[in-house]
Design a protein around this ligand. Structure first.
Ligand code: ADE
Length: 261
């Protein structure tokens, strides 16, 4: 059982890549302009990869993970803009379903339906997302204050981050205006967060019957300040979240497997 772990940007999983490449037995495979790092983390066989940004990049990478490396499940960890009113910078959103907000083949198919697949919302593996939720709660409780300095916690207002579970909307667009937020809230009133890859990975996993889960840390509010907030968050705190939560997920998995053995 090998777990595929994806991110869009290097800073998001830099620490995990460093940890895996430091192992004597790890290997790096270069396919389609991407490096796939194969090794073990927290006792779990993993393949880590930077997908780069957008739905096409994420889809191509997910296919390689499944076809070339035979991963049995895929996790995606990265940043997102908060779309719902109550989803704030520093919160984590774990998707229970994902939608492609820019898919629109009307009048042939209803808005957001994937043509010829007949699916509008991709529902993700419940057990996998629950494992991510447990890892996130553990990270908030035990690691956040240790991994991120008090100044940074204050700077980003990360005093009491929340974990949300719900819909994530993906599209090939960085959302950075109040007008776009209003439009998306109107068309997708239950969407919590917006990003650029998750629903594409969920589609590939659906098509290949591979369980997946998508976790997003909120870096901005998708408004006119989003590009500034996104960059600061990426440099300052993103990797602590992604790596901290992924490590907890993998360690918990190893603990459960060992107790069943
Ligand atoms: N990822 C992080 N913030 C985002 C935003 N505002 N729009 C799209 N993707 C994002």
């Amino acid at each position: 059982m090998t777990i595929g772990i994806m991110a869009a940007i290097h800073d998001e999983i830099a620490e995990l890549i460093e940890a895996i490449t430091q192992q004597d037995k790890s290997q790096t495979h270069h396919i389609g302009m991407r490096d796939y790092y194969v090794g073990e983390l927290e006792g779990q066989a993993c393949v880590l990869v930077l997908a780069r940004m957008g739905k096409v990049a994420a889809s191509a990478t997910a296919v390689s993970l499944i076809r070339e490396f035979g991963v049995s499940e895929i996790l995606f960890s990265g940043l997102a803009g908060g779309l719902a009113e109550h989803v704030q910078v520093g919160d984590v959103v774990v998707a229970d379903r994902l939608i492609q907000h820019d898919m629109d083949a009307r009048p042939f198919f209803p808005q957001h339906e994937i043509p010829l697949l007949g699916v509008t919302e991709f529902v993700v593996s419940q057990s996998l997302r629950e494992e991510l939720q447990t890892a996130t709660r553990g990270f908030f409780k035990h690691d956040l204050a240790k991994k991120i300095s008090a100044e940074k916690l204050a700077q980003f207002g990360l005093t009491k981050p929340d974990l949300h579970v719900g819909m994530i909307a993906s599209g090939d667009q960085f959302i950075g205006s109040e007008t776009e937020v209003a439009r998306l809230r109107k068309t997708l009133p239950t969407a919590l967060a917006v990003e650029m890859e998750g629903a594409a990975v969920a589609q590939i996993c659906h098509e290949h019957a591979v369980p997946c889960a998508i976790l997003r840390t909120i870096s901005d509010r998708a408004d006119s300040e989003a590009h500034i907030d996104f960059n600061q968050f990426l440099v300052g705190v993103a990797s602590h979240y992604s790596c901290g939560i992924m490590r907890r997920f993998l360690a918990n998995r190893t603990r459960v497997n060992n107790s069943l053995a």
